[in-house]
Each structure stands twice: as C-alpha cells, then as structure tokens.
Write a protein that binds this ligand. Sequence first.
Ligand code: GDP
Length: 301
Amino acid sequence: MVLADLGRKLNAALSSLNRAPVVDEKVLDALLKEVCAALLESDVNVKLVAQLRQKVKTKVKAIFESSGDKTKEANRKNVIQKAIYDELVSLVDPGVEPYKPKKGHPNVIMAVGLQGNGKTTTCTKLAVHYQKRGFKSCIVCADTFRAGAFDQTRQSATKAKVAYFGSYTETDPVAIAAQGVSKFKKEKFDVIIVDTSGRHKQESELFQEMVQIGEAVQPDMTVLILDASIGQAAEAQSRAFKESANFGAIIVTKMDGHARGGGAISAVAATQTPIIFLGTGEHLTDLDRFSPQPFISKLLG
Ligand code: GDP
C-alpha cells in the first residue's frame, strides 16, 4: 500500500470514530484494528505496530479513568484522535536532533547506502539544497566500485553547477575521499559531500570501506540513503549500516513511486535516527525537508 493510501485509510478510520454515537472500549479496539492493519499493509514493522496499539490503549484508558463519566463523547473522540496522532508522530520521531551544517566551517557529509538506492542522485540534490542556502557546496566521488560512478557524478554535478572531485585512475576510495576533502577544505567550501560506493548487498568489504573512509574524512554527519521501495528489508539494512557507518541521519528516496514507506519508518525506530529529507523524484530539486509532525499531519490530510 503506497503512502497516500495509508493516509486515506488512517483518515477513514479516524473519521469513522466521529460517526460512532458512543465511544467505548469496543469502538476504540475496532478503530485500532483498522489503524494497525493499515500500518502493517504499509510495511511498518509488526512489533512497532503492536507497541502503538498498546500505547494508545494505555493512554486513552488512563485519561478516561481519571476523568470518569464526565468526559463528553466529543472529548473522548478528541482524546483518542490525539493519542493516535501522537503515537504516529513518535513512530517517525526518534527524538534526536540531526546535525545542521554551520556557516564558516567545512561541514563534511558522508553518504552511505546500497547501490541503486539513489545515493549519487541524492548527493547532488543535497549539494543543490545547501548551495541555494548560501553554503558553497561540492561533491567528492569516492565510489571506485561501480563503473561509471565518477561519470555520473561529473554529469549531475555539472548540470547542477556544483564543484566535484574524483578520479578515473585512482582505485583506492579512501585515498580519493581524503584527497577530495582536503582539497575542498583548502578551497574553503562550506559543505563537502562524500559519495561512497554501494555494492548490491551488505558485504563485509563494503562495511570495512565505510569505516576506513569515515576515519579518513571524519564526517560531521553520515547519512544513510534508503530506498523507500525496499519495504521491510529497510530495517535489517539500516541496522547493518548503523553498526559500521554509525550514520546520524536518514534520507528516504523514491517516495514519489509506488513505495509503501513503512519500512523506512521502521528503520527510524530500529536505529533511533531521524529522517532529514525525502527524495521525491529524479530531478535535482526533488528533495523535501522532513519533520515528523508536518509529515503525519499531511499524511492524515
Ligand atoms: P546509487 O547507486 O545509490 O548512487 O543510485 P543512483 O543515484 O544512481 O540512483 C538510482 C536510480 O534511482 C536512478 O535512476 C535515479 O534517477 C533514481 N532515483 C534516485 N532518487 C530518486 C527519487 O527520489 N525518486 C525517483 N523516482 N527516482 C530516484
């Protein structure tokens, strides 16, 4: 189920509450059943869904019991709707502030993720985003694994009018990353984005490489690029990257497609790491800032 459908289903469930003449535990249970089914269909992890159900029930019961029969039906409905809204927000909010680039400082951002997740595209989108906000931005292509990776960076960076660094001859990604970052630091760039290689699956060589590049460039922020369409696999993938690359932020790509999106939500909880942007298309400006409350409000329409 794509995200827009999830929104519609959640909305339908919540508005069915408005039609209920009496709000009792049975109504609450039926509503939660619908909400949880919609979340599960969107690939949100089953444990997280069970927790949400339990937390809403506990919260609502406590409020009903403390206010007794005095609680009017309309108020009861509000209590339930607010409890569900708050729990949906906390699903996508680990309560951790992501790193914010600072002016007058070379902010090094390292992008990690599996091949095809949209890393190279997102690196350019990020550079465009920061460049527009007055940060002199550039990209270092440290992907020596995929043939054509540097050409792709060169083309998209040129199109975006963003400085770039890479090599056709150097085969050591750690050396390229270190050289590129050092060059751009000397040239007083504000945002230096390091694009790393991906591989098709989680392999120990890839993780070792992430650790070595991280040690060489000392990123201020490492960001995991996660494809929304991988569904439930997002959780295991994000856990594996967290152990080696210890990323501090997530960017979920391909939110414009037929992705269910719930896997990415589970990745937030699995790694206690915030989403900072959503990729919403193939164009360089298709990058939306992510904040938990507006996201859930928009989802619920
Ligand atoms: P990498 O291997 O991780 O560097 O992935 P690429 O940046 O090469 O992207 C793989 C494919 O996904 C390309 O065709 C991109 O145009 C596409 N892509 C990346 N981000 C998005 C997005 O947000 N939405 C859509 N629809 N496609 C995207």
